[in-house]
Design a protein around this ligand. Structure first.
Ligand code: SF4
Length: 348
């Protein structure tokens, strides 16, 4: 894995982004921001699963006003996502947003971006220049490919903010297409010193979206690029956060909660491994400890992997052997597999 690109550091509320800080996990609410109760409920659920920065859509003045009450009731930093109307960005800053995300392609004239930058600078609030392949400025040079046009759009706005002596900048360049996204981030990583928010946009439902995100985000992280990530899924945002951590855990960049090792099962399996692994996975969601748990289907390869984990089970015919840190600690009946394994997990 390439060494991580060291960018400038910014602070979104209490969370440091860039400069070698741990890659921060963020998500976006799917509620109507004006519905403060529902939005706060969703953010609290996200806090429970380790979301570190939350973004909310601010489509109108009422949504901007709602930020005041939302912010009072949550612990993690709040980023306001603004399209089209720079006055909403100003209102969000007024309401106490810890970060802004603007799509320069649709915010309009430089003058308006200027007004927002000055207000953000006064408050020390960072701005993410969020370029999306789907909404590039109409003036974009048609001779360039999509990734190049995305980079050009971002650079233009970076320059504008810099000209205002504003450097609390974060950049994102998202596309649905994974190679385009990777090309765009690789290029911008060399051109600006700012932290990068990475993700694959409109990635889809969990089945395909997690794969697209893992390939895109995973490749960039492997290249040392990316300071904060968001997995976009057509699913409850908790799933976005869970997927983000799985990507980070698989590259050993962050540790949060258990890792489940389970065999794919085959003709040698002597128990219903699929059912057991799914039940274990569900129970592990509530556990914070960064431990490795193994669920293996037979006595051929099972004991090796199970021994290698902090806690593991190798299922045999009607009976299973439970290992803890490499030692065999119990032989249990099939009906007790789940409870006996979880007892050991809870005792680690
Ligand atoms: S652990 Fe056993 S049951 Fe599971 S895939 Fe390997 S050989 Fe098959």
């Amino acid at each position: 894995m390439s060494p991580r690109r060291i960018s400038k550091t910014i602070k979104i509320g209490s969370v440091t982004v860039g400069g070698g800080a741990p890659v921060a996990v963020q998500s976006m609410t799917k509620t109507d921001t004006r519905d403060v109760k529902a939005t706060v409920r969703q953010i609290k659920q996200l806090e429970e699963v380790g979301c570190e920065i939350i973004r909310v859509a601010v489509p109108d003045a009422a949504a901007a006003r709602a930020l005041v009450d939302i912010k009072k009731r949550i612990k993690i930093p709040l980023v306001a996502d603004v399209h089209f109307d720079y006055r909403l960005a100003l209102a969000a800053l007024e309401a106490g947003a810890d970060g802004l995300r603007l799509n320069p392609g649709n915010i309009g004239e430089a003058d308006k971006v200027k007004k927002v930058a000055l207000a953000a600078k006064e408050r020390g609030v960072p701005i993410r220049i969020g370029v999306n392949a789907g909404s590039l400025p109409k003036t974009a040079n048609k001779k360039l490919n999509t990734a190049e046009r995305m980079v050009a759009a971002a650079l233009e706005h970076v320059k504008l903010l810099e000209s205002l002596d504003f450097d609390l900048i974060k950049v994102s360049l998202k596309a649905f297409d994974v190679p385009t996204t990777i090309a765009a981030y690789r290029a911008i990583a060399e051109k600006v010193p700012y932290p990068l928010h990475i993700g694959i946009t409109e990635a889809g439902t969990p089945r395909t979206g997690i794969i697209r995100s893992a390939v895109g985000i995973g490749t960039l992280l492997w290249l040392g690029i990316g300071d904060t990530i968001r997995v976009s899924l057509t699913a409850p945002p908790r799933e976005e956060v869970a997927a983000a951590y799985e990507i980070l855990k698989s590259l050993d960049l962050r540790q949060r909660g258990p890792v489940l090792v389970s065999c794919p099962t085959c003709g040698r399996a002597e128990a219903d491994v699929v059912k057991l692994a799914q039940a274990v996975e569900k129970r592990l969601l509530k556990i914070d400890k960064p431990i490795k748990v193994a669920v293996m289907g037979c006595v051929v390869n099972g004991p090796g992997e199970a021994k290698d984990a902090d806690v593991g089970i190798a299922c045999g015919k009607g009976k299973g052997v439970i290992f803890k840190r490499g030692e065999k600690v119990a032989v249990v009946e099939e009906k007790d597999f789940l409870e006996a394994l979880m007892r050991e997990v809870e005792g680690v």
